[in-house]
Design a protein around this ligand. Structure first.
Ligand code: ADP
Ligand code: ZN
Ligand code: MG
Length: 484
């Protein structure tokens, strides 16, 4: 029997506001424990929550980036449960009337678009943090995180493999971090946390199987690993005739397996009821409209346009679209130029420039390394043959090392221009043939593969600056003469 895997993902994302969701405490990460707290987020009697407009605006942007419908009226509720890191005894969240519903995230792979439906996006506050490894034998509680604004984003069960779940998370992070710019999506700091739901069913079956949920996965690769394990575990059970339990499980990275945490809680366990201290959240159509206009192209639209307009491969277009700032930089260099220019620009961007960005800590962008005009000139010199691929890389290296922004001057100062002058090239050919009499004799005896050896020696002698086509012609001539 063959099995189909069905996956749905729930993600919590911390919005990048300066202050918490319902009070003015700082939402900064990493402050000393329990210093960013006040009567509201500590849940002291009589304290009243006031919604953070900045958080609402970011949540609207996030919802629009996921193609959701944003509702003009949504409602906050209390989700009641007891836990040491939840001083109020309830979490303010949204339930029956969320901020946004019915979105789509479009992914792209091997020339095909994959659409994942978003069921809902709602606003809520985070709980505090329990730390079990700080003091031996006891648990410490840090309430700095209590009350920071989150959006929860829930997909329909549309994903069909652990790898696809991972691809969805990357796309989601790209959308939220770079396109909507609503969160730093830093998984180590917990700004993006994923819970993964998985079930399996016989191929062809339309009813969903019983799912398990794996909680609090803190990296994309752990999501994928946990789901691979879960898929095998469930298929194994079903094949032995056992039933999969509906339960919440934890992923143990060192053991590489998931373990039961608790039985599945039901919605009624939380005794949801409307938050009596908050009126319904109203968002005008005009606000949504303005936010939509400010958002601009989404990644899949940008990728498609770059492929169409510049004849780039899906691979190139995808890498260039990783961040809107990168695509904008690319277009500042290659806009209005032909496809060869675009391709060469893309190569520089994804080669030497990307490597340099990786070496620099912090959020440097292409623009900070090299002006678009400067890169455009480099591309020109490469395309008209003044620079070889070797010397173009050298020139780029010098530019990135801050040795000037005038490309022509650098090329001249460092003698990087390709040499096409026949006399000079012939001189190098002589030099190389004289230095290697043995190889020359073997070549004359028919050892043809030594041609590559001579080419290599020549390029080294010429410091990478010989025009490879001209030098090849000369070498063919001279070697043929040596053989006669
Ligand atoms: P529950 O509240 O019972 O945990 P929900 O219907 O709220 O389940 O869905 C939670 C997440 O689990 C969603 O992302 C949804 O797409 C996914 N999901 C629901 N049912 C299944 C299933 N049978 N198999 C895989 N994923 C599922
Ligand atoms: Zn507070
Ligand atoms: Mg649910």
């Amino acid at each position: 029997m063959s099995w189909e895997t069905v996956i749905g993902i729930e993600v919590h994302v911390q919005l990048r506001t300066a202050t918490k969701m319902f009070c003015r405490c700082s939402s900064e990460y990493g402050a000393p424990p329990n210093t960013n707290v006040c009567p509201v987020c500590l849940g002291l009697p009589g304290a009243l929550p006031v919604p953070n407009q900045g958080a609402v605006d970011l949540a609207i942007r996030a919802a629009l980036a996921l193609g959701c419908e944003v509702h003009e009226r949504s409602e906050f509720v209390r989700k009641n449960y007891f836990y040491p890191d939840l001083p109020k005894g309830y979490q303010i969240t949204q339930f029956a009337h969320p901020l946004a519903t019915e979105g789509t995230v479009v992914m792209r792979e091997d020339g095909e678009e994959r659409r994942v439906r978003i069921r809902r996006l709602h606003l809520e506050e985070d709980a505090g943090k329990s730390m079990h490894d700080r003091y031996a034998g006891s648990t410490a509680v840090d309430l700095n995180r209590a009350g920071v604004p989150l959006v929860e984003i829930v997909t329909e069960p549309d994903l069909r493999s652990p790898a696809e779940a991972r691809a969805y998370l990357s796309r989601l992070k790209q959308l939220l971090e770079h396109f909507a710019a609503v969160s730093d999506c830093n998984m180590e700091e917990g700004s993006l946390r994923a819970d993964a739901n998985l079930s399996v069913r016989p191929t062809g079956e339309t009813q969903l199987g019983t799912k398990s949920e794996v909680k609090n996965l803190n990296s994309f690769s752990n999501v994928e690993k946990a789901l691979v394990f879960e898929r095998e575990r469930q298929i194994g059970m079903l094949e032995r005739g056992e039933e999969v339990a509906s339960e919440t499980r934890l992923f143990d990275l060192s053991a590489g397996e998931t373990r039961p945490l608790r039985g599945k809680e039901e919605d009624f366990d939380y005794r949801y009821f409307p938050e009596p201290d908050l009126v319904p959240l109203e968002v005008s159509a005009a606000t949504v409209d303005t936010a939509r206009k400010a958002l601009g192209e989404l990644p899949h639209e940008l990728e498609t346009r770059l492929m169409d307009q510049y004849q780039l491969s899906e691979y190139d277009a995808t890498l260039l679209s990783a961040r809107p700032s990168r695509a904008a930089y690319f277009e500042a260099v290659a806009g209005g130029q032909d496809t060869a220019f675009a391709k060469t620009t893309a190569n520089f961007l994804m080669g030497g420039i990307a490597a340099e960005l990786n070496r620099r800590p912090g959020a440097a962008a292409e623009q900070d390394l090299l002006s678009p005009d400067c890169l455009a000139r480099l591309v020109e010199l490469r395309l008209d043959g003044t620079l070889s691929s070797d010397t173009a890389s050298q020139a780029l290296g010098l530019l990135l090392a801050g040795e000037g922004q005038d490309v022509d001057e650098l090329v001249q100062m460092h003698g990087l221009a390709q040499v096409g002058d026949v006399d000079q090239l012939a001189g190098w050919v002589d030099e190389v043939l004289e230095a290697h009499p043995d190889e020359l004799a073997r070549y004359a005896d028919g050892e043809e593969k030594l041609f590559g050896f001579f080419m290599g020696a020549l390029m080294r002698t010429a410091g990478g600056k010989a025009d490879p086509n001209k030098v090849r012609e000369l070498l063919v001539e001279r070697l043929a003469a040596a053989r006669d």
